[in-house]
Design a binder for this molecule. Structure first.
Ligand SMILES: [Zn+2]
Length: 349
């Protein structure tokens, strides 16, 4: 196994699924299959409640809502099950799933600063942003460059935080589907970490939402330095997998998108603001055609009203656009009830 002394964790993670790993342990039949999930008792703390452990199939991650109170990726799972390091877990995975050791080995020519680590001491897969190299400062002329996918994941997030469940009214399913949770360490400490994916589904940043209403000097959202949110549309990676004939709904915020998704409106993206950048416009253009329908549903306030006029005008050059107006001032998509979203969807489909 000399060739796999330096393992490319990323390659191993990409090569195997949580489903295969559960199958390997003979646990798959204990799990109930959802649209994008597997739910069952937690094999790590050996619980019995059939809803405490959830696997997101598309994200290839797991979470235990019960005793463990955390989750992670496939390698974290094997490491927990076997009580070994991530490195040892990767070696086991290579063996169990007959992966090509050459392809899974970190070659010396590769970027050693990434997922490539020496055998010991085994690094925790859940590095906090604070322990990672800071992104290089971005020269002004590169401001339209794409964001680089992150090489780490905030895996130890507290999913069942009351802010999410009670104050925001999100269900455990939505929380796991979006991979969000309360972060206790690092740059996003004491904030809700929200992964932002690019169109290919790679995580390019975590946004940190302050829990509650921040004071004047504290930003509501924290984004990593160098991250260009104007290059991304939150949830675009999943919205584009929805049927082409379905209308694309554009909202302002993360929680607007997550709530609409929770209520069944799955083809939704968030601008992360009330304006549409040129890059965001281009993203929408690439994933629509002249028959596509887009609904602009911004907040019913001054910024939202100004934003939606401009957005409708620009998008109408290449697709059908409808502006959704709310009856009440200051209404936001996040505040719609499940029933209102259903009615809205029946009206547009
Ligand atoms: Zn557990």
């Amino acid at each position: 196994m000399a060739k796999t002394a330096f393992v490319d964790f990323k390659a191993v993670k990409a090569a195997i699924t949580m489903e295969q790993v559960l199958q390997h342990y003979g646990l798959l039949e204990k799990f109930k299959r959802g649209t994008d999930s597997l739910n069952g008792p937690c094999p790590i703390h050996k619980g019995s409640n059939p809803t405490q452990f959830r696997v997101s199939l598309s994200k290839n991650i797991w979470n235990c809502f019960s005793e463990c109170k955390h989750g992670g990726n496939v390698l974290d799972f094997i490491a927990e099950m076997e009580k070994v390091s991530i490195h040892a877990a990767a070696l086991k995975a290579i063996e169990w799933f007959n992966l090509d050791p050459e392809a899974m080995a970190a070659s010396n020519g590769k970027d050693e600063s990434t997922e490539t680590r020496a055998p010991s001491p085994a690094p925790k897969a859940t590095a906090t942003p604070a322990s990672l190299p800071k992104p290089a400062p971005t020269p002004a002329q590169e401001s339209s460059a794409p964001n680089t996918p992150l090489k780490f994941r905030l895996d130890k997030l507290e999913r069942s935080h009351p802010y999410l469940l009670e104050q925001r009214g999100l269900t455990p399913e939505t929380i796991v589907d979006f991979g969000i949770g309360f972060c206790s360490k690092g740059m996003m400490a004491d904030r809700i970490a929200i992964p932002i994916h690019n169109v290919k589904g790679e995580v390019v940043a975590y946004a940190g939402r302050f829990v509650g209403e921040p004071g004047e000097d504290t930003p509501k959202y924290k984004l990593p330095p160098g991250f260009r949110k104007s290059q991304e549309l939150f949830n675009i990676d999943r919205a584009i997998k929805q049927p082409a004939e379905m209308s694309l709904v554009i909202v302002e915020g993360f929680f607007d998108a997550m709530k609409l998704h929770q209520h069944g409106c799955r083809k939704v993206v968030a601008l992360m603001g009330s304006t549409l950048s040129a890059a965001q416009e281009e993203l929408i253009r690439q994933h629509t055609n002249s028959k596509s329908h887009v609904i602009v549903m911004l907040d019913e306030n001054e910024a939202g009203k100004a934003g939606r006029e401009d957005i409708a005008c620009r998008l109408s050059k290449f697709c059908f656009v409808r502006v959704h107006q709310f009856d009440q001032p200051d209404m936001e998509p996040e505040h719609l009830t499940a029933e209102q979203v259903q009615q809205f969807m029946e009206g547009v489909l």
